[in-house]
Design a protein around this ligand. Structure first.
Ligand code: UDP
Ligand code: MG
Length: 308
């Protein structure tokens, strides 16, 4: 049986938001008047979240849940939801009501205009610390600069997408998940709606600085080889500098005769080796980047339509 709309909600210690979230979501989804399922993915919460979800599922048969054995992280929780959803359209939404469920109506309508992904773009963020806002702002811009695919700036995972996108994501078995990048990678027609992001409804952020750092690194390493190119470029620059420094060393040794015995040979060896080492690291890096592309084993292409 196919369902029109699946909503995936990752949950990590959200006991104070779940009821309210459910009510608002249910209101919006009922308003759309389509068959639906709400998939709660409990990512190893330590509070009463799971108990509340079970209660909801007892009351409402459209509430489904996946309960993780421990905390695996937000991106993995969403992935589990994607693996198990069956909607023609799929929404990913945070549980803390920072993503207003009311926006789903507008996103759903945009999708009917012929888009396969409609993401929600934050115009403003309220109730979040300077550090979070600042790191998010610059990180997304940096990432957009160094990747070849267009990962939209100022967006979280709040979005609606077509079944076809979900199928592509299921074919991307990579371990490091950076869903925003993967969805951008999938292509098709993508657009956005804008909104102001509120502060959390209740509770505390589950994204510690450490988790944010890991997500950022996953985003960069999964979608860019820029850091590697930087190492290679540095190798060549250092080698060039070493070459000119060597000329100077030779000058001091043979023309101005100011060299302390042993200095010249030592300098030459150090300079030469430094350059060689950096270049070799760059070469190894090129192989590693190709290996990691193979290990990720993404599909090579995604077909929109064909006539064979
Ligand atoms: N979350 C999760 N696992 C985690 C951390 C967070 O499933 O390890 C969920 C959390 O319950 C919320 C969403 O991911 O629904 C976004 O997390 P949070 O609001 O803490 O992040 P922030 O909005 O501060 O970036
Ligand atoms: Mg949040």
């Amino acid at each position: 049986m196919s369902i029109a709309l699946s909503v995936i909600i990752p949950i990590y210690n959200e006991e104070d938001s779940i009821e309210k979230l459910y009510e608002r979501l249910k209101h919006v989804v009922s308003g759309l008047d389509v068959s639906h399922e709400l998939i709660f993915v409990n990512d190893g919460s330590h509070d009463r979240s799971m108990e509340l979800i079970r209660k909801l599922s007892g009351r409402d048969s459209s509430v489904r849940y996946i309960d993780f054995s421990r905390n695996f992280g937000h991106q993995i929780a969403v992935t589990a939801g994607l693996d198990h959803c069956s909607g023609e359209a799929v929404v990913i939404i945070d549980a803390d009501l920072q993503d207003p469920p009311e926006l789903i109506g507008e996103m759903y309508a945009r999708m009917q205009e012929g888009y396969q992904v409609v993401y929600a773009r934050r115009r403003q963020r309220r109730g979040e610390g300077v550090l979070k806002r600042w790191t998010a702002r610059y990180f997304y811009r940096l990432l957009a600069k160094i990747t070849s695919i267009e990962i939209p700036v100022d967006t979280g995972d709040f979005r609606i997408m077509d079944r076809r996108i979900v199928e592509v994501l299921r074919k991307m078995p990579e371990q490091e998940k950076y869903l925003r990048g993967q969805i951008a990678w999938a292509g098709y027609r993508q657009t956005f709606v804008e909104y102001d992001r509120d502060g959390r409804h209740a509770g505390r952020t589950g994204y510690t600085l450490r988790k944010m750092y890991r997500l950022a690194l996953d985003g960069i390493t999964s979608f860019s080889t820029a850091p590697l190119k930087f190492a290679t470029a540095l190798g060549f620059i250092v080698s060039m500098a070493a070459f000119f420094a060597s000329l100077y060393v030779l000058y001091v040794k043979f023309i101005s005769h100011n060299a302390v015995p042993g200095w010249a040979s030592l300098m030459l060896v150090v300079l030469f080796l430094g350059g060689v080492q950096l270049i070799c690291i760059g070469i190894i890096g090129e192989y590693i980047s190709r290996m990691s592309a193979n290990v990720r084993s993404r599909p090579l292409y995604v077909v929109r339509d064909l006539n064979l």
